[in-house]
Design a protein around this ligand. Structure first.
Ligand code: ATP
Ligand code: MG
Length: 185
C-alpha cells in the first residue's frame, strides 16, 4: 500500500481544506515550531482509525476539530481523507478497490455526533477500516509511524506493549481483529 494524497479540512490547525500530495521517493516536511508538522502525522493515524484521544494529544476525540483562534471561529467538523494505491494481490474483503488499485478512506467527526468512515465513497464501519490497514501491515499503531517522543516510549515500554509493537511489525494484528470478530459471533 502506498500513500498518494492526504486531504484535511477542519483538522486541528488545518482549518481550511489542505491537500498534501506524496510523490514516490522521500518527502520531507519542514517548518517552524507549531506550524503543524506533527498534526499531519496525527491526521494519517486518525484516518486509519486511531481511537485514543490522548495519543492525538487531546482530552476527547472532538479536540481534533479546529478549536478557533482570536480571528476565526471554531469548526463543527473535521474531515481527513487518505488516498492509497494497493499493490497487486492485496485484497480487501471490506471494500471494492477500483481497477486502478486506488482506495480513498475518509474519516469525519462532527461535534456531538462522533466519527464516521467512508471507503471509496461508501459508508463503512470502523472495523472495516482497521482491517484494510491491518491487512496492509500498517495502521494507527504501525511502527512505521514514529511520533515525537515515541523512541523514548519504546525504551520505557513494558514487555506486553513491546509485544504488540512486534505483532504490528510482523503484520499479524489483522488476525487479532478477525479472532475477536469470530469470538463475538
Ligand atoms: P514542533 O516543531 O514544535 O514539533 P509542529 O510543527 O509539530 O511543531 P504541531 O504540534 O503539529 O506543530 O502543531 C501544533 C499547533 O497546532 C499549535 O499551534 C496548536 O495550537 C495547533 N492545534 C492543535 N490542535 C488544534 C485545534 N483543535 N484547533 C486549532 N489549533 C490546534
Ligand atoms: Mg512536532
Amino acid at each position: 500500500m502506498q500513500i498518494k494524497r492526504l486531504k484535511l479540512s477542519g483538522f486541528k490547525s488545518f482549518v481550511d481544506p489542505t491537500e498534501l500530495r506524496i510523490e514516490p521517493g522521500l518527502t520531507g516536511i519542514v517548518g517552524p515550531n507549531g506550524c503543524g508538522k506533527s498534526n499531519l502525522l496525527e491526521a494519517i493515524r486518525w484516518v486509519m482509525g486511531e481511537s485514543s484521544a490522548k495519543s492525538m494529544r487531546g482530552a476527547g476525540m472532538e479536540d481534533v476539530i479546529f478549536a478557533g483562534t482570536s480571528t476565526r471561529p471554531q469548526r463543527d467538523f473535521a474531515e481527513v481523507s487518505l488516498l492509497t494505491v494497493q499493490e497487486q494481490g492485496e485484497l480487501f474483503n471490506a471494500v471494492e478497490v477500483g481497477a486502478d488499485g486506488e482506495l480513498e478512506v475518509t474519516r469525519r467527526i462532527e461535534r456531538g455526533a462522533g466519527s464516521a468512515y467512508r471507503a471509496n465513497g461508501r459508508d463503512v464501519r470502523a472495523k472495516d477500516v482497521s482491517l484494510i490497514f491491518a491487512d496492509a501491515a500498517t495502521g494507527p499503531h504501525s511502527p512505521a509511524l514514529v511520533s515525537q517522543g515515541r523512541i523514548a516510549a519504546v525504551i520505557a515500554a513494558r514487555p506486553q506493549e513491546r509485544r504488540a509493537m512486534l505483532e504490528e511489525a510482523a503484520g499479524i494484528s489483522g488476525l487479532h481483529v478477525r479472532r475477536k470478530d469470530a469470538e463475538q459471533k
